[in-house]
Design a protein around this ligand. Structure first.
Ligand SMILES: [Zn+2]
Length: 846
C-alpha cells in the first residue's frame, strides 16, 4: 500500500464534502486548473501541500557539481513532494574554467555558489564533503591516495547520519571505469550505506544529536541501454514528463539548473538541443528524437525488512515505503491538495479548512506518532510553511549587512506581506528557546521580541531582530581560502516568527546564511608570482626590490587605525611595516615596497598581515616569487589570452616585454614586431573568430616569427567542415582524447639535443619534478613528419604518448604546439615550467 497516491488522491469523507461544496460555490474544475501554468503563489502553495504528503528524504550523491541527477531530484520533489538533498564529494575545483580566470580554490568557491543556484531550481538542499578535487584521474586508487579512503568514508557517513536520507541515488557505478573520483565516490556510497547504520563505525560521531542511520534503499543509475539482470528491480523516471502545475517538462527545469554550472559550460540552450546532445553522448539507441531517453536506476542495496518495491519496474524510488508508528499502525498523511487548492482564492475558507484538517489531525496526532525526532521536525517545518502559504503570508528575512564580522551585532529584518483576506495578529520574531538550544555554542542570541504586531490584509510589516556574532565566529571570507573548513559556506542563522491565525498560535522558522569576514580583509596582492628578473647578479649581497600592491577592505563600521606588515623567514621578520588607516567600509589598494637579498629568493614567499593594538588578521595573503629562468635578449611577446592570467603573469615574472592581443589586433596589427606570438589554452574555442584570421598567424610564422599554441580539446581543434574549421596548424596535426593524469609520470627526452630543450635553459629531469595535477591533456594523435616530437610520457600501464611538445620549422619561422598543462605549473611556481616557457619564447632567437 502506498502512503500517498498521486493519480487519484484518496479524499476522506469530510474533505470530500467540503470539496463538493467548494466546487458548487466557487470555481474551476481541477482539469481547467491544470490546463496552463499556475501563478507563482499557487505553485508555491501547491508544492507546500504536496511536501506535506511525503515524510521521506531522497539524497543524490555525486563526485562533482553537475554530476547530480537534477531531473530525478526535481521529479522526486515536484511530483512526489519528497525532501531532497544532494551531497557532493568535492567542489569541482580541479576542472577547467569555461568562463573566467579562476582556478582551484577560487573556482571551487564559484562552483559552490553555482551548485547552490542549481539546487534552488531543483528544490533540493546541497551539501559538500569538502574532499579535494585534484583533477582528472583514471583509477579510484589515485582518488583515494589524495582523499584517504577512510577519511572520505568518515565524512560521507557523518553527512548521512546528519541528513538521514531514506533513499540514496547516484549516477556513479562501482562497475564503471570513468573519472577516478567518480569510481571512488561510487564505492564510498556502497560502503557508507552499511557503515552509517553500524554503531561500531566512527563511534566518535555519535553525539550532539547525531545517531546511527539506516538508509532504506540505494539505487545506481544504469548506463545507456545496459540490460538489467532478471532479478534486479528497476526504477524508471521519465524526464520528458510535464509538470502539470508549472506547465514545463521536468528535464527542462533540470537543464535550467545545469545552466547555473556556468564554469562547466557551454550548456545546451534549448531542451531539444539538450536531448539530442545527451543522446549522442550516451550512445543510447531508439526513442524519439528531441526527447530524452528514460532515466533508469537499479536497486543495488536495501535495508533488512524494508518494504519491497510494488513492481519489478516502478517509477518512484519511494514506492511501497511506509511509516509505521509504535503501535504498528501506518501513518498516512491526508492529501488535502484538491480541497485547499480549490479554496485558494478564498483565503478565509482555505484557512478554516486547513486549520481544521491539518493542525488538528496532522500536527497533533499523526505528527506526534513519528518517533524519529528529525523527521517530526522536518514535517513540522513543512506544515508551518504550508500554513503561512494557505494564509497568503510571505515571510522574507534579510540581513542588514553581509558579510558580518566577529564580535558584532548583526541586524536582520523580517518582512511579512499579507495577501490573504484575514489579518494576522500578535506577530513576534526573535529567538525561541528551542532555537537557542539548537546551536547554543555558535550563536549567543540577544532575545528581541518585537512588540506584538497586527498585519492587515494587503499590508507589509517589517520587524527587526538581531544576532550577537561571537568573537570566535569562523571566518569564511574570501570563500576560496576557507572552502574546506567546517563553516566554509557561511554561518547559518535562524529567526523564528510566531503569529495568531484563526485564534491559534502558529510559527515559522526563517533560516539565512551570512558570510563572516575579518575586520580588515587582504583581498589581493599583486604581482603574484613576483618577478625575479633575468640575468640577476649572483652576488649574495645583491638586493632586490619588488613594488607590491595590496588591495584591502575595511569590513567594520568604524575606522581602522593600525599597520600593514610583510613577513618572511628568509628576508627577516618583518621585512617592512607601514601605518594603515581605513575609513569605515573603505576599499583601498596601497603600495608596499619589499626589499631583500636576491639569492634565497627562488623558493621564497612573503606573507602579508594587517594588525592593530588589539587585533591581528587571521587572514594573510601570500606572494610567491617566480623561479628565475634565462631568456634570449630583446624579446617581445604577443599573446591571445585564454581563460586565466597564468600566461601574462608568467611573462611578466620572466621580465619579458609582452602585450595582450585581441582578435582584431591579430587581424590588423603588424605582427612582425613580435619575436613570438602565443595562442593560449583553448582560445580557438573561447574566441572562435580567431579561426577566421588564423592564416595571418601562419603567415607571421612563415615570415620568421615563432607561433606557439597551448593545449586545446580535440573537438575544439580538429578540422571540421561543419564548423568551418580548417587545419589550424601549418601541417597536419590531429588531437586525440588521451591524457597523462599522473603528475609524476616519467618524462623521456626523445631528442635530448634539440635546441628547444637546451637553450637558453638546459632542460633536465628536475624540471619535471613537483608538477601539479597532471602532465597534459588531449595529446596529439597524428602529426606530419615535419614536426619533431621532443617529449614522451604516459600514465602507468598505458602506451607512451609522444605528442606533448611538437616543434616544426615553417618557412623562415617556427611553429610549436604543446598539449602539456604549462599554465597549471606556471601558476604553481614550478621552476621547470618557467624554464620551458623561456625556451619556447626564445626559440629561434639565440
Ligand atoms: Zn564529475
Amino acid at each position: 500500500m502506498k502512503i500517498f497516491n498521486l493519480r487519484k488522491p484518496k479524499i476522506r469523507r469530510h474533505v470530500f464534502l467540503l470539496a463538493t461544496l467548494a466546487i458548487a460555490l466557487l470555481f474551476t474544475s481541477p482539469r481547467a486548473q491544470q490546463s496552463g501554468p499556475a501563478s507563482d503563489d499557487r505553485v508555491a502553495l501547491y508544492q507546500a501541500l504536496l511536501d506535506l504528503q511525503n515524510p521521506w528524504t531522497v539524497m543524490c550523491v555525486a563526485a562533482h557539481p553537475d554530476d547530480e541527477d537534477g531531473t530525478s531530484l526535481i521529479v522526486m520533489r515536484r511530483k512526489f513532494g519528497a525532501h531532497t538533498v544532494s551531497l557532493f564529494s568535492t567542489f569541482g575545483e580541479g576542472g577547467q574554467n569555461a568562463i573566467g580566470p579562476e582556478l582551484y580554490e577560487e573556482m571551487g568557491a564559484i562552483r559552490a555558489r553555482e551548485t547552490m543556484a542549481a539546487a534552488e531550481i531543483q528544490g533540493s538542499e546541497p551539501h559538500f564533503l569538502g574532499l579535494k578535487d585534484f583533477g582528472f584521474s583514471k583509477t579510484r586508487d589515485e582518488a583515494f591516495k589524495f582523499w584517504g579512503h577512510e577519511e572520505g568514508l568518515r565524512r560521507m557517513v557523518l553527512e548521512i547520519r546528519k541528513l538521514r536520507p531514506d533513499v540514496i541515488i547516484t549516477n556513479h557505478s562501482t562497475a564503471s571505469n570513468d573519472h577516478g573520483q567518480h569510481q571512488a565516490t561510487a564505492l564510498m556510497v556502497v560502503e557508507a550505506f552499511d557503515a552509517a547504520a553500524d554503531p561500531n563505525k566512527f563511534p566518535e560521531q555519535l553525539k550532539d544529536g547525531v545517531t546511527t542511520w539506516q538508509v532504506q534503499r540505494l539505487f545506481v543509475r544504469m548506463r545507456g541501454n545496459a540490460a538489467a539482470n532478471d532479478s534486479t528491480s528497476i526504477i524508471t523516471i521519465d524526464p520528458n514528463e510535464k509538470d502539470p502545475v508549472r506547465g514545463v517538462v521536468y528535464a527542462e527545469e533540470a537543464l535550467r539548473a545545469l545552466q547555473q554550472h556556468a564554469t562547466q559550460g557551454p550548456w545546451p540552450k534549448t531542451f531539444a538541443e539538450y536531448a539530442n546532445r545527451f543522446r549522442a553522448f550516451s550512445g543510447q539507441q531508439g526513442g524519439t528524437p528531441g526527447q530524452l531517453p528514460m532515466i533508469r536506476y537499479a536497486l543495488v542495496r536495501e535495508a533488512k525488512g524494508v518494504a519491497a518495491l510494488s513492481a519489478k519496474e516502478s517509477h518512484n524510488f519511494l514506492d511501497g515505503m511506509r511509516l509505521i508508528d509504535s503501535a504498528g499502525k501506518e501513518i498516512v498523511l491526508p492529501d488535502i491538495r484538491d480541497s485547499i487548492m480549490k479554496l485558494a482564492d478564498d483565503r478565509t475558507g482555505a484557512i478554516a479548512s486547513f486549520m481544521k484538517l491539518e493542525l488538528s489531525r496532522v500536527s497533533d496526532s499523526t505528527m506526534s506518532q513519528i518517533a524519529d525526532i528529525q523527521r517530526r521536525q522536518m514535517m513540522r517545518q513543512k506544515l508551518e510553511r504550508a500554513t503561512a502559504l494557505v494564509a497568503g503570508l510571505n515571510f522574507k528575512l534579510q540581513p542588514s549587512s553581509n558579510p558580518v564580522i566577529p564580535n558584532s551585532t548583526a541586524n536582520v529584518t523580517v518582512s511579512v506581506e499579507n495577501s490573504g483576506r484575514d489579518p494576522i495578529d500578535a506577530l513576534e520574531c526573535g529567538a525561541s528557546p528551542a532555537l537557542a538550544q539548537q546551536s547554543p555554542s555558535v550563536i549567543d542570541r540577544r532575545v528581541n521580541h518585537a512588540t506584538a504586531t497586527r498585519v492587515a490584509p494587503g499590508a507589509v510589516v517589517t520587524v527587526n531582530d538581531n544576532f550577537q556574532i561571537p568573537a570566535n565566529a569562523m571566518i569564511n571570507v574570501p570563500l576560496s581560502r576557507h572552502l574546506y573548513e567546517p563553516n566554509g559556506l557561511g554561518m547559518a542563522l535562524t529567526t523564528r516568527c510566531t503569529y495568531e491565525l484563526s485564534g491559534k498560535r502558529v510559527g515559522i522558522d526563517l533560516p539565512i546564511t551570512v558570510d563572516v569576514a575579518p575586520r580588515v580583509e587582504i583581498v589581493k596582492v599583486t604581482p603574484n608570482p613576483a618577478p625575479v628578473k633575468p640575468n640577476q647578479p649572483t652576488d649574495r649581497s645583491a638586493r632586490i626590490q619588488v613594488p607590491f600592491e595590496v588591495a584591502l577592505i575595511n569590513h567594520q563600521s568604524v575606522p581602522f587605525n593600525g599597520r600593514l606588515a610583510a613577513l618572511s623567514a628568509t628576508f627577516g621578520n618583518p621585512i617592512n611595516d607601514m601605518p594603515l588607516k581605513l575609513a569605515p567600509g573603505e576599499k583601498r589598494t596601497v603600495k608596499f615596497l619589499v626589499e631583500g637579498p636576491v639569492q634565497p629568493i627562488k623558493n621564497e614567499s612573503i606573507t602579508f598581515l594587517v594588525q592593530d593594538a588589539k587585533w591581528s588578521s587571521p587572514l594573510t595573503d601570500v606572494a610567491t616569487f617566480a623561479p628565475g629562468a634565462r631568456v634570449a635578449p630583446s624579446l617581445s611577446v604577443g599573446y591571445v589570452r585564454g581563460f586565466d592570467f597564468s600566461l601574462p603573469n608568467a611573462l611578466n615574472a620572466l621580465g619579458v616585454e609582452s602585450k595582450e592581443l585581441s582578435v582584431e589586433d591579430i587581424k590588423t596589427a603588424d605582427l612582425s614586431k613580435y619575436t613570438s606570438v602565443i595562442v593560449d589554452n583553448r582560445v580557438y574555442e573561447s574566441k572562435p573568430e580567431l579561426i577566421t584570421v588564423n592564416q595571418k598567424l601562419l603567415d607571421y610564422a612563415q615570415a620568421g616569427g615563432t607561433l606557439i599554441v597551448f593545449y586545446h580539446k580535440s573537438d575544439e581543434w580538429n578540422p571540421d567542415p561543419r564548423r568551418n574549421r580548417p587545419q589550424l596548424a601549418p601541417y597536419k596535426l590531429i588531437l586525440g582524447g588521451e591524457r597523462v593524469t599522473d603528475e609524476n609520470a616519467p618524462i623521456t627526452f626523445l631528442e635530448p639535443d634539440h635546441p628547444l630543450l637546451n637553450s637558453p635553459n638546459k632542460m633536465g629531469q628536475d624540471d619535471f619534478k613537483n608538477w601539479i595535477q597532471e602532465r597534459g591533456l588531449y595529446y596529439p594523435r597524428e602529426w606530419d613528419p615535419q614536426f619533431h616530437a621532443l617529449l614522451q610520457s604516459n600514465d602507468p600501464g598505458e602506451a607512451p604518448l609522444k605528442g606533448g611538445l611538437l616543434v616544426a620549422d615553417y618557412g623562415k619561422g617556427h611553429y610549436i604546439y604543446t598539449s602539456m598543462v604549462w599554465y597549471r605549473e606556471l601558476r604553481g611556481g614550478v621552476p621547470g615550467a618557467y624554464r620551458m616557457l623561456a625556451n619556447m619564447i626564445s626559440y629561434g632567437r639565440n
